[in-house]
Design a protein around this ligand. Sequence first.
Ligand code: ATP
Length: 500
Amino acid sequence: MTEETPTVDMEKIVSLCRRRGFIFPSSEIYGGLSSCWDYGPLGVELKQNIKQAWRRAVIQERDDMVGLDASILMHPQVWAASGHLEGFSDPLVECQNCHQRFRPDQVAMTKYGDPPSYFTAPDEGQLALKLSRAGFMRANVKFLNFLDYKDKAPCPFCEVVGQFTDPRQFNLMFKTFMGPVEDEASVVYLRPETAQGMFVNFQNIVNTARKRLPFGIAQIGKAFRNEITTGNFIFRSREFEQMEIEFFVKPGTDEEWFNYWTEERLNWYVRLGIKRENLRLREHSKGELAHYARKCLDIDYRFPMGWSELEGVANRGDFDLVQHAKHSGRSMDYYDDETKEHFVPYVIEPSAGVDRSALAVLCDAYDEEPDKDEIRVLLRFHPTVAPIKIAVLPLSRKEPLAAFAREIHTSLRRHWMITYDDTQSIGRRYRRQDEIGTPLCVTVDFQSLEDNQVTIRERDTMNQIRVPVAVLKETLQAKLEGEDLFVLPEGGQIWKEEKT
Ligand code: ATP
C-alpha cells in the first residue's frame, strides 16, 4: 500500500452501513435531505461507544477535567464575540446557467479535469498545490484571482463557460428565530461549534468546580454548519456531533500543553483500534493559520478519499476569553493564589468529530477475506467500539435448548450490549455477526444441555473454545479485554482451530 492508497472503497462502507442498519439517509422516504444522516440501531451503539470512550479518557480518568452540556441556542452576542458572525463564511459563486452554487476553488479544480468535489484531491497538501498553481489559495480563496478566471471557467455541473457571478461571502451558520416574531431582533443561530459554550461558562466552572489551572472543560454535542461543499458520506454533513476540549493553562506553559494534548489525542485513536499508519499529524502553515491561533495541527486519517482531518488541535492563546470579556463586560481573569497574579488563561483546544471518528473506525475495521467459495466481509472493530459485544446463538429453536440459551442471554445482557439470534444456519449467523463486527459468539448446542458447556467463537480468527457456563461471564470479559482466546479457564478446551 502506498502513502495515497485508500484503505477501502467508500461505496462499500456506505452500502454496509445501509444494509446492516448503521446509517441511513435522513428522511429517506421523501428522497433524503442533503447531507443529513440518521444513525440506525447499530450506528447509535457505535457512536455511543465512541463518545463513552472519549468521556472516559478525557473526564473520568483525569483529575483536571470536568464536563459540560451547554445549550445549542446561545445569545447572538456570543457569535459576534467569537468572530463567527463576521468571519465564519465561505465564498460562493453561482452559475447563472444552471443555478448550481460552488466554492471558487471547486471551479478552479475543473481546469485540471478533476471532478468538482473539493475532496477529490488525495490530500489537502496536493489540493493546495493544485490550487496555488491555478492561482487560488485553498485557505482563503482569493476573490481577485477568481475574477480573473471566471469568464474562462467552465461550470463543474453544466459545463457552460463564463456564467459565474462574482463571489460573495456566505455565512455557514444556520439562522432561526426565537419567540413568535420573525424579525432581525429575534434572530438566533444554531451553534456551529460547541466550543463557545465552554468559554462563556469559564467563570461558572472556576467558581463552582473548584478547579485550579491547568484544567479543562469537555463537551459533546451537536453542531450545525450550512456547508457549501458536502459529501463523502458522514465526513462532512450539515448537522454533526463534536467532542471538544478547552484546556485552560497559564500563558508560557501553552506550548508544552499543546504538545501534550496532540500526543494524548493521537494515542486515543490508536487505543480505539485505529491503525497508527492510517493516522498522521499535519501542522498548519502560516498562511492557513486562523488569525487568533498561535499554532494549529490536524490529526488526519487516511479516509477512502485521501488524508483528511479527523480532529484539530489548536493553541488559541487568550483570544476567546478576551473577546468574551470585551463583549460581555464581564471579567475573564483568573486569580492565581500561589503567585498572587491576575491573568487571562491561554487555551488549548482539541476538537474532534464524533461522525468522522465513526467513519474512521468503520473504514479501519473493514476487511474482506476469501472463505471457501465466498468472500467473508468483516468489521474488525476493537471491542470498545463494537456495537454488539456478544451474540448468543442456539443451534436449534427446540426446547429445552432454547430456554437454556435464553437464560444465558438474560444473564449476560446485564453486562454488555448483546444479541440473540436463532434464525438460519449457524454459518450464516456467524457471517452476519462478522459483518457487524461482533467480537465473540456464544454457541449453545445439544451437548450443552448435558455437559453445561458452550463454545465461544472469535470473530477475527474464527477459532473456538469450549467453556463451562459457570465461568462464561469471566471468560468473555477477559477475551473482550484482549486476552488470547486459547488462554483457557478451568474446565475449558480448544474446540476448533482454523488453519488460515
Ligand atoms: P474542515 O476543514 O474539514 O471543514 P474544520 O477545520 O472546519 O474542518 P473544525 O472547525 O476544526 O473543523 O471542527 C472540529 C472537528 O469537527 C473537525 O475536525 C471534524 O471532526 C468535525 N467537523 C467539522 N465540520 C464538520 C462537518 N461539516 N461534518 C462532520 N464533522 C465536522
